[in-house]
Each structure stands twice: as C-alpha cells, then as structure tokens.
Design a protein. Structure first.
Length: 439
C-alpha cells in the first residue's frame, strides 16, 4: 500500500503508544493524541504527537481509538460511530459494543440472545442484596465491579469457599471502602477449568480467518498469587475458527456487523470437559496483548489495520508457533503512591546491554536524547516478547531478552507461558477444542 496517514487517539490514558510506534516505523505518517495530562509525555521521542485530534480528523486516512473510555465515562464508541457516518475509516467500537465492557449484565444478555452458553450470573446495585443472594444460594462466586471502578483491577475477587462466606466478607469490606464509587457489581458462579480468551479481528462486516487464542496472567506474582493487575503477561497462538470460536464470537458475527464494529474483540472464557463458559468481553485492544499480536503479525501492521478500517479482507501473515509477552513494571505498580513512584521510578532509565531491540515494546516510556526512560505515573515502561515453535522456545527467547535489560527496581513474572506447558495445553487438546500441536 501507499503510505497512509494514521491518527491514534487515547481519549483517556495513553495505551496505544506501541502500535502507533510500529506503524510509524513502517513508514506511515502518524499523529498521536493523549487526553490524560499525566500521560502526555508517554511516547515522546518515539511517535509524532498532536494536541488536538479533532483538528486532524480530515488529515487522517485511518483513525484508531485505543479504549472505550473518554475520561471517566464510556464513549469512544459514539465518537467512532460519528466519524464513520462522516465517511472516515475508523478502528473502534459503537455505543453498544462499549457497553459490553461497562455493563456485564448487558454483555451476558447479548450472549444469551445469540445462543451462547453462559455461567449463572446476577447483577446487583445494592450490597445487602448481593450478600443475601450468596447466603440463600451458597457457592463459590466471582465478584466483578461494574462501571468506572472496574478499572481498579484489584477489586475483582475470585471466591474460594464453597459456601460463599469469603465473598460475603469481601462484599462487606467493599461496601465500607468503595460503596461511594462502586455503583454495582456482578456475582458470577465460579467454574473450574482452563481460562482462555478467544480474540477475533472484525472489519465491520465479518471476522478475518485468523483467530487469536491467548492466556492472561493477571495476578502480580508468579504462581498466580497476589493482587490482580491489568495484566502481567500473555501467552498466545493463532489458529483457525475452531469450536471455541464458533461457539462464542462466531455466534455474534451478525450482531457485530449490524453494529458496524471494527477492531479487536476478545471474549475470556473458562473451558472444561463439559463446555465453554464466557466470563467477560474486551471490545477493544487488550494490553499488553496488542503488543504481542503486533510481534506475531509478520505482514505489514499498518496495512492490516488500514484494510480492517476500510471493510476489506486483510491479507495477513501470522507467526505459526507460540508467543509470550512479559510486562516489566516498577514500584509501586499496581498501586498508586506518588511518593514511592517519585522516589523509585519516575524517569527511570531503561538500559540495554546490547544494541538489539527485537521484541521490545513500548508502554509508558519516552525517548530523551536516545535514552529510553519511564514516563507517566503508572510504572509500566516496557513489554518484552518472544516467539518460538513451542511455548517453551517462546519463553526462552523472551526471558533471554529480559536478561539484557537493566532497570533499577524492575520486577516481572517469570512464569508467563508455564500454564500451557504444565497442563493447560494438554487439557484443551484432550477435550478436543484446539488446533495447533506442540508444547
């Protein structure tokens, strides 16, 4: 394709820096807008910026939104819909697809309306009603906050007690500490099995043939313990539209076409020998998932998203093996403590012991006179990826690259991808759900 003009829009926090950098390095003209004042330095020295994205709409050939949030409110879907009506090529959602993430009860209603199996779930706006439900229906539950407060990832709680007593205790604590912000929550019956996300790329009319299967690692510490974070790392592979896809996202293809959705949409599920049970949607890019997807797309990334935004069928080539991404973080991640961040992490140098940068992706980083530095306030400067014919080979490449990075106080999980080699892969294959062989 001829070089295109891409406008990337972060209507809240800066999330899409790495994709903008990748498209820029491919030779396309790029402008990147960041709304959050604390994040505006992110990407400096890597990506050309703009301070008024609306002024640049007519300049852009392709406009890319990175999330569903406009500040503290859901709203990029409405912006994307408005721009499409003006004839612009846009990667982004719609008001209804945004709602899939904001309103978990609505998301389950959409799944059920299209014949997708769901876990027993209930939405509550009152803590005492939720507590009463658990007492009357004792079981292990998952607490999922609704609305803006769901971005505080550590509030997601997975119950352990079969009588739900720990869930009752947590709900009482949340009522005291978060009742002023948590306007509602979903209680979802806990199901045991393998957690896997099915991710499809939709061009406004249909899904592309390549389906991405990924495994999130949300807990802070190895062994999947500690507080929940947005994500500490991801393992994945690509395949065709198998049963996992056909029984979940595949059933929503007509609905997404009616909406005119364009971009990545992900549905996280628990799978066991009895069935596939959707947990939640991500109707946008995932982070750091998109960095790993970029790494595994071996054809032009800019061409891919340009085709997608225009409703074309992208001719995309993806890596045929396995991939992992590891998020490198700094104190006080995943918590907010300005003093700790200022003393330990602000402007921290990212030092590379070699000249090689393969597999190194940006999150909250900037380039100052050739020196990579931490930027913003979140303590997530970079993501490191690896690929291989087996999951173990992908792990070895990623962690070998991390060994060449020096950053005071950095920490990361050293077990990304191990769930697959420790048995998740064998279980999914034995249950007949998956395609690629190897481990």
């Amino acid at each position: 394709m001829n070089d295109a003009r891409f406008l990337f829009v972060s209507a809240d926090a800066a999330l899409i820096t790495d994709l903008a950098w990748q498209v820029h390095r491919e030779g396309h003209d790029v402008r990147y807008y960041i709304e959050a004042e604390s994040d505006r330095e992110i990407g400096d020295g890597f990506v050309p910026k703009t301070d008024d994205w609306r002024r640049d709409v007519e300049w852009a050939d392709v406009i890319v939104f990175d999330d569903v949030w406009v500040g503290s409110e859901v709203g990029t879907g409405a912006l994307a819909e408005e721009l499409r009506e003006r004839g612009k090529a846009v990667v982004g959602g719609t008001p209804n697809t945004d709602r899939l993430e904001e309103d978990r009860g609505y998301a389950m209603d959409v799944l059920e309306a299209h014949g997708v199996n769901t876990i027993d779930h209930h939405v509550f706006r009152d803590f005492e009603e939720g507590i009463r439900h658990v007492r009357e229906n004792p079981a292990a539950y998952v607490i999922k906050p609704l609305g803006e407060v769901q971005n505080v990832k550590r509030l997601l709680y997975v119950g352990n007690e079969d009588d739900g007593s720990d869930v009752v205790d947590v709900l009482r604590a949340y009522k005291k500490a978060w009742g002023h912000r948590m306007k509602g929550f979903q209680l979802q019956r806990k199901v045991e099995g393998v957690e896997i996300a099915i991710c499809g790329f939709f061009n406004g009319n249909e899904f592309i043939d390549q389906v991405n299967f990924n495994f999130e690692h949300k807990k802070l510490f190895p062994g999947n313990i500690g507080p929940s974070t947005g994500e500490m790392g991801t393992s994945m592979f690509w395949g065709g539209p198998n049963e996992l896809f056909e029984e979940t996202l595949g059933k929503l293809e007509g609905w997404l076409a009616e909406e005119g959705y364009v971009g990545s949409i992900d549905i996280n599920c628990i799978v066991n020998e009895t069935g596939i049970y959707p947990l939640e949607f991500t109707p946008r890019f995932g982070y750091p998932t998109i960095a790993l997807q970029e790494e595994s797309i071996e054809s032009g990334t800019g061409q891919f998203f340009s085709d997608l935004a225009r409703g074309d069928d992208p001719d995309v080539t993806v890596h045929g093996g396995y991939q992992i991404a590891v998020r490198i973080v700094l104190p006080p991640f995943p918590f907010n403590d300005e003093k700790t961040y200022d003393e330990n992490s602000r402007n921290a140098a990212v030092v590379f012991e070699t000249d090689r940068r393969e597999g190194i992706h940006l999150e909250d980083a900037k380039n100052v006179d050739g020196q990579w530095r931490a930027a913003g306030d979140s303590g997530m400067p970079i993501v490191v990826t690896g690929k291989g014919e087996t999951m173990q080979a992908a792990r070895e490449q990623a962690y070998g690259r991390i060994d060449d990075i020096v950053m005071p106080n950095m920490y990361y999980r050293d077990d990304i991808g191990e769930r697959w080699t420790d048995g998740d892969g064998d279980r999914l294959l034995s249950w007949g759900y998956l395609g690629p062989t190897g481990a």
